[in-house]
Design a protein around this ligand. Structure first.
Ligand SMILES: [Zn+2]
Length: 466
């Protein structure tokens, strides 16, 4: 999940930290659905669904039972095993079975957590100080549980969707993404994907809502291996073809190089939405760049900010290097890994070729190293989806702007977007910048977001499947 851009807005605003103590009691969910969400989340955190531990099927079995108990037909809830993991689908048949389904997307797996590093056991749900702590409480068991609770609540209310709603919970989003690739194949007739694993709301440190981000695109992740080989020889007899020196010259050029600034309908909307609430020259640069993407000064100002450089252009940086085999020998080979985050719409091959040009030495071989990530276009900002989300946000946080967002990190949405199915990150969590511990230590979800989160999902689904 990606909160970085919203966090950057908060940092820029330098909100005063009115740290008032939170009690466990007042923030506990009060609605039946909210309590159900917390109950499901607690159980989900207690199952360590880390890669290699084979626990995803156990969590899926629990969720399957909860869904069936909540009114899903047993035949409509299915776990598809893939290796030690797999994905869960639960289909809610709509009134019009021929209409393209809405997919609600989340993931059951979590990033590894080392208990000795944590203040609390990462795989024991602990409710304390207005939070639920535990690995996955935020990414992505939290909002998956909230979305499930919303579905069960809608069932209790006797509502029926106009078209099928399919809940899809994948089992290796944090690692190989094979379950998502398979599920996207299976659900390739989907009309729309609502992803619980990206997007979300930002609270100031005073607890007041600032903005809500709806994620409609993400950059393509790509690693390239740069290699130089040479016959080598004795280091007392150097020649002009030292492999380490050759690669170093190329990497120095890459360090100085900037890919061209780019803008898309999505990032234009992002810059326009963010400019008014970003003070100083950065805010001015956002407005100037949105108005004229050839404005080099504006692009440079934004590129100087680590939070924004990824939205301005494709980036490629060397991240690892290995070379040589002995202190007294000319190197026979040297290899570097260059990690790129590619602006949607640019192909991996275009970037590979550009890297070759920038390195400027045919002796440096550039090879793409597949990782499971695939390129995907951004999703057009569908007015129906934007309105449904904006209305739902207006109900829980009046006056808070909804800002479209492109994330620099990858989510499961890419597999659907690559098939031309629009996907939007609409996570219902509102939290402070200081609460974002996704993938980190002491991951936590604010309890106060659960009740309004359930209502947000309900409202969005009612609007989009009516
Ligand atoms: Zn996630």
């Amino acid at each position: 999940m990606q909160y970085s851009k919203l966090l950057a807005i908060a940092a820029a605003l330098a909100l005063p930290g009115a740290a008032h103590a939170q009690q466990t009691g007042p923030d506990m969910p009060r609605t039946k659905a909210g309590q159900e969400a917390l109950d499901i989340l607690k159980h989900a955190v207690s199952v360590p669904t880390v890669k290699g531990r084979g626990n995803v099927p156990k969590l899926a079995a629990y969720l399957k039972q909860r869904l069936i108990d909540g009114g899903f037909a047993a035949d409509d809830v299915h776990f598809e095993p893939i290796g030690e993991t797999g994905y869960l689908t639960a289909r809610w048949p709509g009134r019009d079975r021929s209409a393209k389904p809405i997919v609600i997307l989340g993931h059951m797996d979590v990033v590894e957590a080392k208990p000795s590093d944590w203040e609390r056991d990462p795989f024991k749900p602990i409710v304390e100080n207005g939070y639920i702590y535990g690995r996955g409480s935020l990414d992505d068991k939290g909002d998956s549980a909230v979305a499930i609770a919303a579905l069960l609540e809608l069932k209790r209310q006797g509502w029926t969707p106009a078209r099928d709603i399919v809940l899809l919970l994948t089992g290796d989003e944090e690692t190989d993404m094979k379950t998502t690739a398979a599920a996207a194949e299976k659900l390739s007739n989907a009309g729309l994907v609502l992803n619980a694993d990206s997007g979300g709301g930002l609270l100031g440190e005073d607890g007041k809502p600032i903005a809500y981000g709806i994620q409609a695109g993400e950059k393509t992740y790509a690693d390239f291996t740069l290699t130089v080989t040479d016959p080598g020889g004795h280091s007392s007899r150097p020649d002009d073809t030292n492999a380490i020196a050759m690669l170093s010259r190329g990497l120095a050029k890459l360090g100085d190089y900037r890919f061209p600034a780019q803008i898309s309908p999505l990032t234009k909307a992002y810059w326009e939405g963010s400019a008014p609430r970003t003070p100083g020259k950065v805010g001015e640069a956002m407005a100037a760049f949105a108005a004229d993407p050839t404005n080099k000064q504006a692009a440079d100002t934004l590129s100087a900010e680590p939070e924004y450089v990824g939205i301005v252009r494709t980036t490629c940086v060397p991240t690892m290097i290995h070379g040589g085999h002995a202190p007294n020998a000319l190197p026979q080979s040297v290899e570097a890994n260059v990690n790129c985050r590619i602006f949607p719409g640019t192909s991996i091959e275009e970037v590979r070729k550009r890297l070759g040009d920038v390195l400027g030495d045919g002796a440096i071989k550039v090879a793409y190293k597949p990782s499971g990530s695939i390129p995907a276009p951004e999703s057009p900002l569908d007015p129906k989806v934007v309105k449904a989300v904006t209305d739902a946000i207006a109900a829980r946080a009046p006056g808070v702007p909804v800002i479209p967002d492109m994330s620099a990190g990858a989510t499961d949405s890419m597999f659907f977007r690559a098939k031309g199915i629009p996907a939007y990150g609409v996570n219902s969590t509102f939290m402070k910048a200081s609460d974002d511990y996704a993938h980190g230590l002491n991951e936590r979800l604010p309890l106060a977001t659960i009740d309004p989160g359930v209502k947000q999902w309900e409202a969005v689904l009612r609007a989009l499947a009516k």
